[in-house]
Each structure stands twice: as C-alpha cells, then as structure tokens.
Design a protein around this ligand. Structure first.
Ligand code: CP
Length: 292
C-alpha cells in the first residue's frame, strides 16, 4: 500500500468507490480503524484548506494526528525529506500526508513501508483536491459524461489543473482550457482552447485557478486590472453563463483578479462547498489507505 500519489493512477472503479465513500461521509457515515493509528501531516509549503481539512478528517476517523512544521523541525538543520519521513515511520507513524514543493517528491520515499498521501507536489498533482472537485461536480450533475468543464487561468503552474484535466477526461467529461496562451504549456495541445467569452457560454463548470505568484519567476506582463478584464471571470461574463452552470475555484482566491470578488459567494459558486467536501473526500482517502 503506497498511499495516494495521483488520482489517475487509480482505476475508474477505484475512483468511483472513493467518490461513493466520500459521499457517504458527507452524508454522516462514520468509520474508525480497529487499533490506534498515527498519521503525520508534513507541510513543507503553506496551506490552510488541505492541512486543516486533513486534520479534521483524521480526527473524525479517530486517528492520532502528528502535526509537523518544517519551520520548527530538524529540517532547519538540513535533514532531508527522506530522513524526516523515515524518522516518522520509525517513531510509529502509520501514514504520512505530505505537501512539498518538489514535483513527484514521493518517488524518493519508495523505500518506506508506510503509505504516503500526496497533499500537493510542486506543479505536479493534488489528488485530494481533485477528488473533492469530482465530488462537487457529481453532486451537481450526477454523472461526468459530456459535462463541459473549462479550466481557466494559470494552468502552467497548477497541480489542480493537471490532476483534474486527466481524471475528468477519463471519466467522460469534455475539458477545454482558457487563459493567457503562455500559461497553457502542454495543455493547449491536448485540450481545445477557448477565450473567456467563449468559455462562459460553453461551460457547465467554470473551474477557475489561482494565479500562483510564488511560482512565477518572470512576474506578470499585465496589471491585475488588465488580467481581470482579459482573462478573469468578471460580473459581466458571469451573466452570460448557462443556466445551472457552476463556478469552482480551489482557493485561496485572488479576489478581483481571476474572479470578481462579488462572485466568490454568488449563487453559482460552489467554492465553499468544495472546502466542505474536502473533509469527506480526505476521510475516504484515509479509510482506503488504512483498510489497505
Ligand atoms: N486548495 C488548496 O490546496 O488550498 P491550500 O493551499 O490552502 O491547502
């Protein structure tokens, strides 16, 4: 049992099983392991939603939570990720939840005997965010077949975009992309490109992404106001969206940049529903990991 590194590593049956389990937890189901189990949460990058929803999920499942802070640990003395993870395994952690800035950091932890749950690797993948997004879309549309998803914005730096584009396509949704062409990298070769004005007319799901300023070496060519007008979900664009279409955003949100501030809690927005679903999705992943 190697945990969960990417959602696209799972079969579609396993993805649907996780979604069923997550929905059960969202509806109030309970589960606990048969013996005392320890989970360590190692966040080498900032997080609010993922870190705390994992912690709530772990506590709801009766797991013992070990919170690790890179700033106050022996990482400050130069200890590597491998040595840190191996140490926690030796101390008695039964699973590790890790967010790390390096793409595919989990590959260097292959020798460990405990499962690793990826809570976000660099610009790679964010499988539990993807699972909670799938849960939110499924609650709305019941199926993924032919649901029109437009992923908008900073795709180049987005692990959420990568995870979601792959799995949603496998599940039968139609994925398109939108945003500055220089931020599309490989995406525009695989998925149709639409302008934001086309996107709002086409989408059942407008999946907005945060501009990841911390991963931009070259800064932004446009001002925030210019970006909002050209590539943002403005109030005018939201009015042109289809009936029953919804807005997702993994958050945190750059208000009035990728999305107008007034739209964050508008009727179409499922942004806080996504966060609520994050707890249930992570409970499902932890249960799967501990059941082996
Ligand atoms: N969506 C998400 O991963 O948020 P955090 O960075 O706050 O965990």
């Amino acid at each position: 049992n190697k945990g969960l590194h990417m959602l696209s590593n799972l079969s579609l049956t396993e993805v649907f099983e996780l979604l069923e389990e997550a929905q059960n937890f969202a509806d109030g189901a309970t589960w606990s392991p048969k013996r005392q189990m320890f989970v360590a949460n190692l966040f080498y990058e900032a997080s609010t939603r993922t870190k705390f929803s994992f912690e709530v999920a772990e506590k709801k499942l009766g797991l013992e939570v070990l919170n690790f802070s890179a700033e106050t640990s022996s990482v400050q003395k130069g200890e590597t990720l491998y040595d840190t993870a191996k140490t926690l395994e030796a101390i008695g952690a039964d699973a590790l939840v890790i967010r790390h800035p390096e793409d595919a950091f989990y590959e260097q932890l292959e020798a460990l005997n405990i499962p690793i749950i990826n809570a976000g690797d660099g610009c790679g993948h964010h499988p539990t965010q993807s699972l909670l997004d799938l849960l939110t879309i499924r609650q709305e549309f019941k199926s993924f077949q032919n649901v029109e998803i437009v992923i908008c914005g900073d795709l180049r730096h987005s692990r959420v975009a990568r995870s979601n584009a792959e799995i949603l396509t496998k599940l039968g949704a139609n994925v398109s992309v939108s945003g500055p062409k220089e931020w599309m990298c490989g995406f525009a070769k695989t998925y149709p490109y639409v302008t934001m004005d086309e996107a709002v007319k086409k989408a059942d799901v407008m999946m907005m992404l945060r501009i990841q300023h911390e991963r931009h070496d070259d800064g932004m060519a446009l001002t925030k106001e210019q970006y909002h007008q050209q590539y943002g979900l403005t109030i005018e664009r939201e009015r042109k969206m289809k009936d029953r279409s919804i807005i997702l955003h993994p958050a945190p949100v750059n208000r009035d940049v990728e999305i107008a501030s007034e739209l964050v809690e508008c009727e179409r927005s499922r942004i806080f529903k996504q966060m609520q679903n994050g707890v249930a999705a992570r409970m499902a992943v932890l249960k799967k990991v501990f059941e082996g």
